[in-house]
Design a protein around this ligand. Sequence first.
Ligand code: PLP
Length: 383
Amino acid sequence: MPADTIYLDHNATTPPDPRVIEAVDRALAVAWGNPSSAHAPGLAARETLQRARDEAARLVGVDSSEIVFTSGGTEAIALAVSSAWQRRGAGRRRVVLSAIEHPAVIEAARGLAPQGAEVVVCPVDRRGLVDPGELGARVGETTVLVAVMLANNEVGAIQPAAEAAAIAARAGALFLCDAVQAVGKIPVAARAIGADYLPIAAHKLNGPKGVGCLCVRHGAPCVPMIAGGGQEGGLRSGTENVPGIAGFGEACRLARERAGDEGRIAARRNALEERLVREAGAQVLAADAARLPNTIGCVLDGVDAQALVVRLSGRGVFVSAGSACHAGKTRGSHVLAAMGVAEAARGCFVRVSLGAGTSDEDAERAAAIIIEEAARGRARKGR
Ligand code: PLP
């Protein structure tokens, strides 16, 4: 990226760390064998996979044997949802989701409707938080699966996932905790949460795209979606993406090394946020909730967010109008709607998400440019 640009869209994706690039390159050059082969090149590839598996497992506190490598977060989520559904107990057909789940979860659940699934959505409050009471009222003896994400990608609200898991467990249902946006930004302990399924995507933590994993708790059902050569213990066939997985492993190792940095990132985020509130009239969403330390999701009243993103891009500051997946949709996201944000305000929603490499100077310079362009946007609209 050019030196004078400032990337503040780390919830969409993160730039790969140079050590990740090195790990991918090394795997391509040295561990190019087929991990299923019995000879030395195969063994080198197998060892590379195992090292990455150990790193991913260590990062979220599970056993290496509980990791299934996938093509990323979406596939990991699809595997969890379809596994739970296919192994559902007699009389169970309800899937309960929070209203702010990622489309990967929502669409996977909706896709089960033709097979008789009853998809029930649990509302969130104005802070973007699931109320365990509301969730408990929807989960019962007919529930197959409960899905509550760990941290929301648009506003950063951190959900009461452990309480949600306990509600699911009491009803004999499985629990999917989409941790794609949380891993690498806050400490994540899959066992303490009580997750049966916990997906991770490498590209959210300075790893490569197209690779991730599903952590499947020992004993939780896992039914392969892709049949073939029986790779990944028969759970995900296809010759493994060894270079991508090597990069993922390195990204996990670096994320563990960075643990404890959350306070530093939050301080930088808070300084930027205070300026946006004071000088651009930003209304920060989920401000009263526990939030990802890097995320500012805010409404800039009277500013066309899509146009602002384009103008900021022209000045070398990269932010987003909602999540990457919603970019281009004019009515704004289901997350903001669920939080009670009025439709007109949803078009003024801007997400600024910092990364491990964001400096104080970057944050300060970006704040000044965003404030300037927001004022310009308002003036233009007022004309
Ligand atoms: N879940 C959440 C919360 C996300 O933010 C994303 C990506 O934006 C996904 C799932 C999907 O992950 P991937 O893009 O790796 O398929």
